[in-house]
Every structure is written in C-alpha cells, then in structure tokens.
Ligand binder design. Structure first.
Ligand code: CA
Length: 224
C-alpha cells in the first residue's frame, strides 16, 4: 500500500491483515518503485497525492516496466477526469476516499481473483472448499476453523493445485517485508494446517517435496 496518511494506512493494514494478507505500507511514491522491484506483490493499493512521485506517475512507471499485478487507486481525487487518468495509466480499479472498508475488502478479493486462472469466488479442491469472503473452510462438509494466516496459506496453495511453492515464495507472499522470519515459521503453519484439515485421514492434502517446498496433491482420493 502506497499511502502517506498514517491513519488511513493503519486502518487498511488492520483490515487486510485480518483477511490474511501481508501488507507493507510505503509513504513515498519513489520509494514505492524500489519496493515493488524488490518484492513480488500481488496487489498495489495506490494513493495519488504522495511525496516523491505522484500516484499517476507511479502507476505509469510500474506498467511501463511490466509490473503484472493489479493496481487499485485509492484517492480523494475522484473527478471523472482523475478516474480516467488513473485507469489510462494502467490501474485496474479506482476507489474514492472516503470509502467503506467492506467495499475495499470486496474489491481486493475481486482483484485477487484475477491473479490465477480460477475466477470463481470460492475455491474447491477435492472435498475441500474455501470461501475467501468469509474465511470459511469445509472438508467433506465439515467446518474447519483456521486463523487468517492459515487460511491465506491454504488459499494460495489451493488456487494452484499441483504447483510447488518454496518456503521463500510462501514467506514473501504471506508475511510482511519487515517480518523477521524464524527459520521454521512456514513449517509450523503447514503442520498446524495439516492437523486441522487432514484430521483422521490417511492421505494428507498438502504434500512436502523434500528440500523444495509444498504443494496441494492433485491425486486426491476423496474417500481416503
Ligand atoms: Ca496522500
């Protein structure tokens, strides 16, 4: 999130963190370009009136350098001309301040669905079902309680069944840049997820590939 107003930045960070997202806040447009180069962000929420470089210019530069992820402009400038400028510089969505947090969260979910090939609002892998809007999970119809971060980890894996995720990739995707990782934090979360979703089953849904990372099995036998 590129936002120089601390109160707004904090409010959004709290709301999106509760939804399981890792959120870095950068208060300067030029600095934001460096961060985007350093970390593989899934979404940029971009203010327009910023120190360093304004949001329209940040947006244009990001697109000029091939930045692939969605950009959501969030600003008090909401004339039609400003919206048009933002979208024409490469933004995917535009939300005017003041805004309702519920709407911002819904737009973030909608933009998140553009990342993967699966555009459905809910995610299904075998008998596992995830609903990102409510952070609810069921396996064979049985509700499972996950923390927001456990949900985010499972959602990332489940959106890409069979795809291998290294520990570093998971750390980058799910933890803030300023988080000082204990070496086994991903392992700890995977273990906790397995305990909850595989309870009483022989074949675990999450496969460990020794020395490489984790992936969701695609050869699930729903009866096992
Ligand atoms: Ca501002």
């Amino acid at each position: 999130m590129v936002e120089d107003e601390t109160a707004i930045a904090t409010g959004i960070r709290v709301a999106l963190t509760a939804d399981g997202h890792a959120v870095d806040v950068i208060g300067d447009g030029l600095e934001a370009l460096n961060w985007v180069e350093a970390y593989p962000y899934d979404l940029v929420i971009l203010d327009i009136v910023l120190p360093g470089l304004d949001g329209f210019a940040v947006c244009a530069r990001l697109r000029a350098t091939g930045f692939p992820a969605p950009i959501l402009i969030l600003t008090a400038l909401d004339d039609v001309a400003d919206r048009v400028t933002g979208l024409d510089r490469g933004a995917d969505d535009y939300l005017a301040k003041p805004f309702a947090v519920a709407e911002l969260r819904a737009r973030v979910r909608a933009l998140g669905r553009r990342i993967g090939p699966d555009r459905a609002a809910t995610i299904t892998v075998g008998d596992l079902e995830l609903d990102p809007a409510t952070l609810s999970v069921t396996r064979a119809g049985r509700p499972i309680r996950l923390t927001a971060r456990e949900f985010a980890l499972l959602e990332l894996l489940a959106r890409h069944p069979g795809q291998l995720f290294t520990q570093d990739r998971l750390l980058d995707a799910l933890w803030n840049a300023d988080f000082v990782a204990e070496s086994n934090v991903v392992e700890v979360y995977i273990r906790s997820l397995r305990r909850k979703i595989d309870e009483g089953r022989r074949n675990g849904l999450i496969e460990t590939v020794r020395g490489s990372g984790y992936r969701i099995r695609t050869d699930q036998d729903p009866g096992s």
